[in-house]
Write a protein that binds this ligand. Structure first.
Ligand code: GUN
Length: 296
């Protein structure tokens, strides 16, 4: 069994990005600029956004953090999105999800200029990804593909089973795993109403779990020799930890790992790659090659 070290891989990629940024700055080009919009004080979102800002520093990017309280109106948030769309210095930006229930996440996402949508959540990017056109690919699936590529894991012709059908992970992961240019695998998506779940997972050469239920994937569900990718990051109360919780993946790691050819740990697997792929998307946005102009 080989452990897939997402933390080390992410650090290596951030170093590559920082080197390209240094070359660009030397040529007189501006630093890539990522802006993040954070609403409220949710602990998970605070951590994600702080880590995104730190990753910007590591990559030599400019970053901006724009904060709103929970009672921000949808109009105020839409105004902020419009301002960021117009700001010539901002290459890409994200609005951290989830948003409070009185705000339509979809309305906010659709207001973002798709050419600055480095999360890859705008329907134009989602649609372009689905038909294999250049676009921003959402960070978690992109990070998983990059991990498998860097570890030399063959996906072509393999049977890939994805647990979960979220817009952020399950659906885009399935799209990419089945596409010829990416996974080129035979891909099945399972969810909370799938019948014969264990029968499906036992057929998987590559099993990707993104359901957010600690310990859901048990050893009896995994084919010997499978590649197991754990996207789960659930906060589980743990009084022995300084923060009072620990992060738990979907996979019963201790019992599943001995069966696998490769497995990602939690933490230190997919998580660090997700933020690094956001940096890569921002670098791509700053090159302005994917979508040529921001201003029609
Ligand atoms: N909330 C959880 N993951 C993400 C992400 O990748 N992007 C944004 N904007 N919000 C999130």
């Amino acid at each position: 069994m080989q452990l897939i070290d997402g933390k080390a891989t992410a650090a290596a990629i951030k170093k590559e990005i920082a080197e390209e940024v240094a070359r660009r700055v030397e040529m007189g080009l501006k630093r890539p600029h990522l802006a993040a919009v954070l609403v409220g004080h949710d602990g998970g979102s605070e951590t994600y956004v702080r880590n995104k800002v730190l990753a910007c520093e590591a990559c030599g990017f400019t970053s901006s953090l724009i904060r709103f309280e929970d009672d921000v109106t949808e109009e105020e948030l839409l105004d902020c999105v419009a301002r960021l769309n117009r700001d010539q210095d901002v290459d890409g930006f994200i609005v951290q999800l989830p948003l409070p229930p009185h705000i339509s996440e979809q309305r906010i996402i659709e207001a973002i200029d798709y050419r600055k949508d480095v999360d890859g959540f705008h329907p134009i990017n989602v649609g372009r990804m689905a038909i294999g056109l250049p676009c921003f690919i959402s960070a978690t699936p992109k990070g998983i593909l990059e991990l498998m590529r860097r570890y030399g894991i063959e996906t072509r012709g393999k049977k890939c089973v994805i647990l979960g059908r979220s817009n952020i992970v399950g659906k885009p992961m399935a799209q990419l795993m089945m596409q010829k240019e990416f996974g080129d695998a035979t891909t099945t998506v399972c969810h909370s109403h799938s019948a014969h779940l264990k029968k499906e997972t036992l057929e998987a050469d590559i099993l990707i779990s993104a359901i957010g239920q600690p310990g859901f994937v048990t050893a009896d569900m995994v084919k010997p020799g499978a590649v197991v990718i754990d996207v789960g990051t659930t906060r589980v109360p743990d009084a022995s930890r300084p923060k009072g919780f620990r992060l738990a993946g979907d996979v019963d790691f201790d019992n599943v790992a001995p069966l696998c050819s490769y497995i990602t740990p939690v933490p230190g697997g997919v998580g660090p790659m997700t933020i690094t792929m956001l940096m890569l998307n921002t670098l791509e946005a700053s090159r302005r090659e994917l979508y040529i102009t921001y201003h029609d």
